[in-house]
Design a protein around this ligand. Sequence first.
Ligand SMILES: CC(C)(COP(=O)(O)OP(=O)(O)OC[C@H]1O[C@@H](n2cnc3c(N)ncnc32)[C@H](O)[C@@H]1OP(=O)(O)O)[C@@H](O)C(=O)NCCC(=O)NCCS
Length: 446
Amino acid sequence: MKPDADFVSWFRSVAPYINAFRGKTFVVAFGGEVVADGKFVELVHDLNLLASLGVRLVLVHGARPQIEARLNERQLQTAYVRGMRVTDAATLQCVKESIGRVRVEIEALLSMGLPNSPMANADIRVASGNFVTARPVGVIEGIDLMHTGEVRKVDIAAIRSRLEQGEVALLSPLGYSPTGEIFNLTLENVAAEAAIALKAEKLIFLMDTAGVEKEYGSGAEPPLLRELTVAESKALLTNLANKNTQLSDDAQLYLPFAVSACEGGVSRVHLISRHVDGAMLQELFTHSGIGSMISKGPLQNLREAGIEDVGGILQLIEPLEIDGTLVRRNRELLEMEIDRFVVVEHDGMIVGCAALYPFPDDKAGELACLTVHSDYRSTGCGDALLKNIETKLRLQGGKKLFVLTTRTAHWFVERGFIETGVAELPKAKQGLYNYQRRSKVFVKEI
Ligand SMILES: CC(C)(COP(=O)(O)OP(=O)(O)OC[C@H]1O[C@@H](n2cnc3c(N)ncnc32)[C@H](O)[C@@H]1OP(=O)(O)O)[C@@H](O)C(=O)NCCC(=O)NCCS
């Protein structure tokens, strides 16, 4: 493919995501390390892009390294209980100073508008404020955690009104109590609670590892678990507690929050690396993603197609029409024949389709347009579509399933189809047979 064609096809492949994301709320959470490492500029470019595509952004930042540095400067030691810092008055002072400084740096970078940079013409207004009400964690194991708190309420009305004005909301890991106290919170607690309260479409955690890795620590590059349901995530955490598996520190930290966010109604939680430039774009705008995605239930389902699927089907089959594997179908024809199609939907995208054209007089049907997106092949998707079409035909009283193919003969032979001739096709189909295309005809008794 020529570079121009690559660009056009890439740009088109992104269109469904752009349409799906417009007006949706994404909560993006990142630790203070992202700001400390100087990586935030790259992230700002990607956030700017999302904002300009109409995504409503809520950013949640952390400040752990900055707080540690401040405590060291002051030579203050803090105790931890169950992984939570005990925040006394002196520590709280360091927390406030560090978070204030990080917040100002983030606001400054989000205000960039340099010409010839991805920020040219960007007009991001940042809204930060007292959006989070907190309560004290209290006494644990006999130790008072003092100013360490947890989220009590998120002021969603205030955040929503800022988002509706086109502003980006910025939340810090600090909360205020009705008694006027300040509490030190964790970014993951703030992010998960904000995402739940706002009914966010996505909660994205940027972390040190690539995502949730299977058997972390057992090999040089442990395989990444690309998709996990809540049940699978819980099983993993149980195995971790029973020492039957290992997870990276970050996966151990974020996975429980991912689970509670999904259970609280957030559609998808993404755990991705903060070290890869553009990781968020790859995760959001490509089929395969780059990190781990957690959702409440399985993401894939096979169903009857509806008129709203026409665009997705056209996009799926277009490359195969261009290379001649499939016969061309225009939009009008597809719209008229959409009732004949079944589709496999994965996370809102059409990744597979097939159609059944019945010939009731011959007690037969034709399987057509069987396609699975290249990223989803060899996972049984093709088989599932074929089985669905066979069942449909059987329910209609059909006995023979025909298929015309130029390049996929073996796939059908391995699934019980036998080569036959054009003369065996239903009469109505024989008249439509394209002798130039010279497709082979296969049939399966069902
Ligand atoms: C044919 C197709 C639908 C199969 O989808 P799928 O989801 O990968 O199917 P399954 O997972 O059920 O089966 C995958 C197996 O089929 C094999 N296979 C895929 N294409 C094949 C072909 N053209 N010939 C023979 N075997 C093939 C794979 O190698 C894999 O076998 P393996 O598991 O032993 O490696 C998919 O490859 C596709 O969309 N191809 C392009 C469109 C096409 O040719 N459609 C048929 C038009 S008539």
